[in-house]
Write a protein that binds this ligand. Structure first.
Ligand SMILES: [Zn+2]
Length: 95
């Protein structure tokens, strides 16, 4: 399963788009989803993820992606959204 940094508290959680087991935050907006997708072991190694987590913890928000990477992540995100993969992830098991 994907290891990812929580965009709110910096905790290393499993699954970019799943609720954080520490603070229960779940990415909802495109920006939160993109940064959550970016801060995962798909794109960064463990050491980088940990330092992003530290940054998020200390500053209360995730590190700013550089504009070039942001563009790439946004494009990947738009593609994932268009393919319907995200809809599956967001299906509410309670409904
Ligand atoms: Zn969290």
């Amino acid at each position: 399963m994907t290891k990812a940094v929580c965009f709110q508290c910096g905790h290393i959680k499993f699954g970019s788009f799943l609720p954080c087991d520490q603070c229960q935050a779940k990415p909802q907006t495109d920006e939160e989803l993109i940064v959550s997708m970016a801060m995962s072991d798909h794109y960064f190694d463990q050491v980088s993820l940990e330092s992003m987590g530290e940054y998020t913890k200390e500053n209360g928000h995730p590190p700013q992606l550089d504009p070039e990477s942001e563009k790439v992540f946004r494009r990947n995100f738009e593609e994932a959204k268009a393919s319907g993969v995200l809809d599956q992830l967001f299906e509410n098991p309670d409904s």
